[in-house]
Write a protein of this length. Structure first.
Length: 695
């Protein structure tokens, strides 16, 4: 709270024509003083210099030590010291309610108010205490009223008791009409100048909005324009994120200690932006106000040295976007006029901010759609194009029943089974039967991506995040937002990446490589592996909590040798598929060929069967599929406990190795002939003790 104060100066003896109470003023001296006053009011356009000039002129006629201009603030209904002349006082309390101020009573009654001895005055304790501390003994308040309005008072203070005579008061009253007119003109001039600056700022902001689409450039221009009219050190735009229930610090102009950063999350509760956002009106804060908020962001602002803040809401029509905030490291708190100006700027800024956010969202969606297009095109080139899961065995029906049960939920599914059993097909079936079927099904083979690039594949990266990152990349989690992500060979995810995967599964949030912005995703994860994750957990190579998070609903696909009744339907399906693709007319499979295929144990499962049928279709020239039955006699489906299973598997691998001259990979290698992955074939060779040079 501020009180009106009088300007101070050295007390001077009464040397003018007015020597004391009852003394009359000599007309020539009065006329000369009036002319000096007229020259003063005509030659000054600002109140401080005007009051200094009047101080020198009037002291020749009236004995006083200080003079102060006290104006009424109609917005707050207080008497406020606008300026003073002479030696300033120490206290900085410069406002008082009308009834508690001598100047306020004079302004309200429109009559001079003289306090002959303030030591005997009991009405104005706050004002007299300050004057008494400065040695003022008597006070004279003259109403200052122009032809248009009541402005306030001129307040004269003296270090003597009974210093102001009736003649002095009459003389000062004769001068106030001219002084009031000058003060009123000056106030109008300052008001027009302020309005001009305000309109100029709004015009500059508008020009910045029109000429800049990039939000960073746009915000920098707005902050630069604002600083020229409302000095400040800190500028930020906090955009409301409804999903997270807080603000995303989208723009920040502040050369501080780095405690507050762009893209950091700021809760609504306890933040200056949140209070303005919730109240839908400007809010002003001093350091003590920030300390009382007791929030993390308030603590960071205080740690950065912010002494005052002003926050205004950003809204487009009835839709709230966030808040625009400015702060000062020192100086005066923000005024009501500052808040009104900032609110006017916010109304202009809200629309381009809304457009910039929409433009950014469109750009991100465009990038995502482009990535999805490339991904889906790759899917089309590599997809096996199964129309449905083929088979009628009870073992397969049990799996499909599990699929039907878990699909409508959003639970994580862990699919186990040997290589080639169709884990991806089961994952797709779960997706197609779920409520996410209209969204993207994204897959990633974790074993096929180098360890150093797997994090970027999963979560994406920003330009410059690492050597070779020449453009922004959308990760698989973003591609699969509101859809399904299939992580094949999940057991091959390196330990250092497992905590980040666990976080996105638990919290549904992550950051791209090279970014501090936290992104929210809604993804259902289906994982698959042919490894024993429980053994890996026991060995410490796979996180136990991640395993539990993935293994909410386990589904194990039985190998083809455990459901031999599915072999014949699969054979017919593949025959039709490859006959159409090769433009051949293959109508049947010979009885001997089908018998050989049905007896074979298929270590590579459905994938090996498909490859075998494709080779047979290539060799067939007539309507009957030509099946090289001799290739399928080495390993037959064994009964439970049959000890010849490993023997027959070993013989089949050796036969394929000899036929390919021990070439493992490639389209004509042993792995392809067996329908296995090269790494799987190598693992089986180690297990069976197969090495080059064996017969």
């Amino acid at each position: 709270m501020e009180h009106e104060l009088e300007a101070t100066g050295d007390a001077s003896p009464k040397t003018g024509p007015i020597a004391g109470r009852g003394t009359s003023v000599v007309d020539p001296e009065l006329h000369r003083t009036l002319l000096d006053v007229l020259r003063a009011v005509a030659s000054h356009r600002d109140l401080p210099s005007l009051l200094r000039e009047l101080f020198d002129v009037l002291r020749r006629m009236v004995p006083f030590a200080r003079v102060a201009l006290v104006l009424h603030d109609p917005g707050r209904d207080v008497m406020r010291l606008l300026t003073l002349a002479g030696q300033p006082l120490g206290p900085d309390v410069l406002e008082l309610p009308v009834a508690e101020s001598p100047a306020g009573v004079a302004w309200q009654t429109q009559r001079p108010l003289v306090l002959e001895n303030i030591d005997r005055e009991t009405r104005f304790s706050a004002a007299t205490e300050i004057m008494r501390a400065d040695g003022i003994k008597s006070l004279c308040n003259i109403p200052l009223t122009s032809p248009l309005r009541r402005l306030g008072t001129l307040s004269f203070g003296s270090r003597d008791d009974h210093a102001f005579s009736d003649a002095d008061v009459d003389f000062l009253q004769q001068l106030t009409s001219q002084i009031a007119l000058a003060v009123d003109n000056t106030l109008h001039h300052e008001q027009l100048a302020s309005e001009r600056d305000r309109l100029q700022l709004l015009l500059e902001v508008n020009n910045a909005l029109v000429s800049n689409l990039d939000r960073r450039t746009l915000f920098g221009e707005i902050a630069s324009c604002l600083r020229r009219v409302v000095p400040h050190d800190y500028t930020s735009v906090a955009v409301y994120d409804a999903e997270r229930g807080g603000f995303d610090m989208r723009a920040l102009e502040f050369a501080g200690k780095g405690l507050i950063k762009e893209n950091m999350f700021v809760p609504v509760e306890g933040s200056p932006a949140g209070l303005a956002f919730t109240a839908r009106e400007p809010r002003r804060f001093e350091r003590t106000d920030l300390a009382m908020l007791r929030s993390e962001i308030a603590g960071l602002l205080l740690a950065e040295g912010i002494q005052a803040m002003c926050s205004v809401p950003l809204a487009v029509r009835d839709r709230r976007l966030g808040a625009l905030c400015i702060g000062r490291l020192g100086g005066e708190p923000f005024s009501v006029a500052d808040a009104e100006l900032l609110a006017a700027v916010a109304k202009q800024v809200a629309f381009p901010v809304d457009n910039a956010l929409a433009f950014q969202e469109i750009a991100e969606l465009k990038d995502k759609l482009a990535a999805e297009k490339v991904y889906l095109e790759d899917e089309i080139r590599t997809e096996y194009d199964f129309e449905e899961i083929i088979g009628q065995s009870s073992a397969l029906k049990r799996v499909l029943h599990q699929v039907e049960t878990v699909a409508p939920t959003d639970a994580a599914v862990l699919i186990g089974g040997e290589t080639g059993t169709g884990k991806e097909l089961i994952a797709r079936a779960i997706h197609q039967l779920s409520q996410r079927r209209e969204r993207t099904f994204v897959k990633l083979n974790c074993a096929a991506i180098p360890t150093g690039l797997l994090e970027s594949e999963l979560f994406g990266h920003e330009r410059g995040a690492f050597t070779g990152a020449i453009a922004q990349r959308v990760g698989r989690f973003e591609l699969a937002d509101r859809g399904t992500l299939f992580l094949d060979e999940v057991g091959d995810i390196p330990p250092e990446l497992q905590p980040k995967l666990l976080r996105v599964l638990q919290e549904k949030e992550f950051e791209r490589l090279g970014s501090t912005r936290t992104r929210q995703v809604d993804v259902r994860v289906i994982a698959a592996t042919n490894r024993n994750l429980e053994e890996m957990v026991a060995a410490g190579t796979f996180r136990r909590d991640l395993y539990y998070r993935l293994n909410v609903f386990p589904v194990t696909i039985p190998p083809l040798r455990e459901r031999p009744e599915d072999i014949a339907p699969l054979v017919h399906h593949f025959v039709q598929k490859f006959a159409r693709r090769m433009n051949k007319r293959i109508e049947t499979v010979s009885a001997d060929g089908m018998a050989a295929l049905s007896r074979y144990a298929w270590p590579g499962n459905v994938r090996e069967l498909e490859n075998a049928i494709e080779r047979a279709a290539i060799l067939t020239n007539g309507p009957v599929l030509r099946v090289p039955a001799s290739e399928f006699r080495a390993r037959v489906i064994a009964s439970p406990g049959d000890e010849t299973l490993e023997v027959t598997e070993r013989e089949a691998i050796l036969r394929a190795l000899h036929a390919t001259n021990w070439v493992l990979g490639g389209p004509n290698g042993a792995a392809a002939r067996l329908g296995l992955k090269r790494t799987t074939l190598q693992a089986r060779m180690r297990k069976l003790g197969i090495r080059r040079g064996l017969p």
